[in-house]
Design a protein around this ligand. Structure first.
Ligand SMILES: C[S@@+](CC[C@H](N)C(=O)[O-])C[C@H]1O[C@@H](n2cnc3c(N)ncnc32)[C@H](O)[C@@H]1O
Length: 333
């Protein structure tokens, strides 16, 4: 890929029309945009003057876009530089909230800003921090054990070459300090340039990004917090981009939804159906959207409506404990 062309790429909010038709902002209300990014979803909701948006993003660099939206929509838009796992700290009055939306992952602007070290094309250190992090990918790559690196690649990247790639990275690290292009080269050598629509480093980079940004606990806690701040009748809508995210969102909606009978984790006569899921199948981008924005091809939109209160979400932590354990692996030795 050519960096100059990439830097000029336009940002397209994914599945925007579908999301808007689901959350029905036409009827007015307050919406929480948990992943503000370039503000594509927030702007579309604010088009109706009876709506308010509270937006959050962990990336401090989107603040200037948020500030200009704040100026244009006096009193109807506010922004917080926070992680969505901290949603409950916003102290918003819950009866006002109509919907909480998530558009997971990172934006094209973050990837194509090569200084951020999120891209296969970055020249310097691999960084991967989206914001409000405790450590960078470079910290991890320079210290982590081979076995822990392998587990991150295996569980978060689901890459079948995880073992060999982690071994080669640790071997090379003993000789030199590794930069992004060194890691890309190791992956390409292991994968022997087999033809694929995706860049050979996609899964390994995805794995590192999930680990650095603690994306598994962020998502689980973000979903639970969004549920807790919503009044009954409020909607949670989530756009995912890879199978691990989608598995977690699908489990959350399906396991706690009215469509299932009794949870296998609970005694037979107890139900904790607190959501209503209209469609078990996700909404996918149209062919037209994929042609216009190929990055949308793996997007899936799922949504559910809160119907009851619930304080017990132990099952989702039990179900994904194997991923939470990988997220907590030590990377300092
Ligand atoms: C795909 S982009 C969102 C694009 C946005 N919907 C738009 O139309 O411009 C994802 C955004 O979510 C942010 N993000 C990712 N994980 C987050 C988290 N745990 N808490 C808050 N923001 C997060 C990223 O920094 C990025 O800006």
């Amino acid at each position: 890929m050519n960096a100059t062309i990439n830097l000029e790429k336009k940002h397209f909010p994914v599945l925007l029309n579908e999301l808007i038709s689901i959350i029905s902002p036409l009827y007015g209300g307050t919406f929480i945009d948990c992943t503000f990014g370039q503000g594509g979803y927030s702007k579309a909701i604010l088009n109706n003057i009876s709506n308010k948006v509270i937006a959050i993003d962990r990336d401090n660099e989107v603040t200037s876009i948020a500030q200009s939206l704040q100026k244009k929509n006096n009193g109807r838009f506010s922004f917080y530089n926070k992680k969505f796992s901290d949603l409950k700290d916003l102290k918003t009055k819950s009866s006002d909230i109509k919907g909480v939306i998530f558009d997971l992952g990172c934006s094209s602007n973050q990837i194509f800003d090569l200084k951020r070290g999120l891209s296969f094309n970055s020249a310097g250190k691999l960084d991967m921090r989206l914001g409000l992090n405790n450590f960078s990918c470079d910290d991890v790559i320079s210290k982590i054990s081979e076995n822990n690196l392998f587990k991150i690649f295996k569980y978060f990247g689901e890459d079948k070459n995880s073992k060999l790639i982690s071994r080669k990275i640790i071997q090379k690290r003993a000789i030199q300090k590794l930069k992004t292009q060194d890691i890309v080269k190791i992956i390409e050598q292991v994968k022997k340039f087999k033809f694929s629509k995706k860049h050979p480093s996609t899964k390994i980079f995805q794995a590192l990004r999930i680990y650095i940004n603690k994306e598994i606990s962020e998502l689980i806690n973000g979903l639970i917090s969004s549920f807790q701040i919503l009044p009954k009748g409020g909607i949670i809508a989530v756009v995912t981009f890879h199978s691990i995210e989608d598995k977690i969102v699908k489990f959350f909606f399906k396991n706690y939804s009215d469509k299932k009978n009794t949870s296998r984790y609970l005694p037979n006569n107890i139900k904790n159906n607190c959501l209503f899921m209209e469609n078990l199948k996700p909404i996918l981008p149209s062919k037209k959207e994929i042609t216009l924005n190929p990055a949308s091809r793996s997007a899936k939109l799922r949504y559910a409506i809160k119907i009851e209160e619930n304080n017990n979400f132990r099952e989702i932590f039990d179900k994904f404990n194997y991923l939470l354990e990988v997220e907590n692996l030590n990377h300092t030795q």
